[in-house]
Design a protein around this ligand. Structure first.
Ligand code: NCD
Ligand code: ZN
Length: 347
């Protein structure tokens, strides 16, 4: 039995850090394990302009505990009013690594997202010219589309038409959750990748809904059937460089989750790497963990691999992970994989 595994220091290609008290409380958990992360811009109000991104980057840097080395990779929140020149300037200044497309109403803080995709054509064309990736929340938000079908419908109705109309556009299908999404990514020759979360490798919709409703397993895209989870595990552990880790760690204080209308998001930053080691070991694919967490995403984004390393150790006893972390706004529950975690990061 492998007792320890040392890999190139990982990156998180999809992360919510929030702002203020929650930012200060959650950032150390990510910075302990990850060298870089793509920072989601869905604050209230959202991070829309280059100036917003610079200010948010500075707040993240200020919240970083002394001695922790972590690079936030900033993104802009695409709206129907986004100015292509502002995007190009922010890119030229080295300020942003991607632009994020949220269909309006698809998820947490997406009200400023896109309703009419024709209105963002000039920005999409500029992204293609610049080679700057578009990160996509791949779900339609139409009330008449069943929530479990929203990813597959988005691919057919929105994503494929956008990609056909915009040759050269590089797209990351974020937090893919379905076989249809995986197949779509595999069908593309170039310019299309997908992030996969740790939690979607572990939970299916029964974990969320069977035997009582579990608000801490509610996230968007919502967990799907077991067949989809199995397909996600197969893709993540396959070594296919188009698939890479984006935890979508999305902290909400317990009061906002354990309520009649709870927020979507699983907070996985503290134990994502331990959960992934467990999943990859169960698939006898531990040697592919590094590709998924540390190599494939950097390749897609055209960035150098990290030079540092991370060591995971496997103990005979289950490692303990605090069930929640305190913030000045209240506790945030850490994702419970539902099985003992024998792997932990050697700190
Ligand atoms: C995210 C959040 O809370 O900001 N929630 C989630 O369930 N993943 C938004 C998102 O990435 O969809
Ligand atoms: Zn997210």
């Amino acid at each position: 039995m492998t007792a320890s595994l040392t890999i190139t220091r990982p990156d998180d290609w999809h992360l919510h850090l929030r702002d203020g008290a929650v930012l200060r409380a959650v950032l150390p958990a990510t910075a302990r394990h990850f060298a870089r992360a793509i920072i989601m811009p869905n604050l209230v109000p959202p991070v829309v302009t280059g100036a917003d991104a610079a200010a948010y980057r500075d707040r993240i840097r200020a919240a970083l505990p002394h001695g922790q080395d972590f690079t936030p990779l900033m993104t802009l929140y695409l709206t129907e009013d986004t100015d292509p020149d502002d995007v190009a300037d922010a890119h030229a200044a080295g300020l942003i690594a991607a632009v994020k497309l949220y269909p309006a109403g698809a998820t947490t803080n997406s009200a400023s997202g896109v309703r009419d995709f024709d209105r963002v054509r000039p920005v999409l064309e500029r992204l293609a010219d610049l080679g700057l990736p578009l990160c996509v929340h791949g779900e339609v938000s139409d009330a008449e589309v069943d929530i479990f079908d929203r990813e597959a419908v988005f691919i057919d109705r929105v994503l494929d038409p956008i990609r056909r109309a915009t040759p050269g556009l590089r797209v990351v299908l974020e937090h893919v959750t379905t076989r249809e999404g995986l197949e779509y990514v595999r069908s593309a020759d170039t310019g299309l990748g997908a992030t996969i979360t740790a939690h979607h490798l572990v939970i299916n919709r029964n974990h969320l809904l069977s035997g009582g409703i579990r608000p801490h397993y509610y996230c968007l895209p919502v967990a799907k059937r077991e067949t989809h989870r199995r397909a996600l595990v197969a893709a993540a552990t396959s070594g296919d460089a188009r698939f890479f880790l984006g935890t979508d760690s999305a902290p909400h204080v317990n009061a906002a989750k354990e309520t009649a209308c709870g927020c979507a998001g699983c907070f996985t930053a503290p134990n994502a790497m331990a959960v992934l080691a467990h999943v990859f070991e169960a698939e006898e694919a531990l040697e592919r963990l590094e590709g998924f967490t540390s190599i494939n995403g950097a390749g897609f984004y055209g960035m150098a691999q990290n030079t540092g390393s991370l060591t995971l150790v496997r103990g005979d006893e289950a490692a303990s992970c605090p069930p929640s972390i305190p913030t000045e706004d209240g506790p945030v529950t850490v994702f419970d994989p539902g099985f003992p975690l024998h792997w932990s990061v050697s700190e």
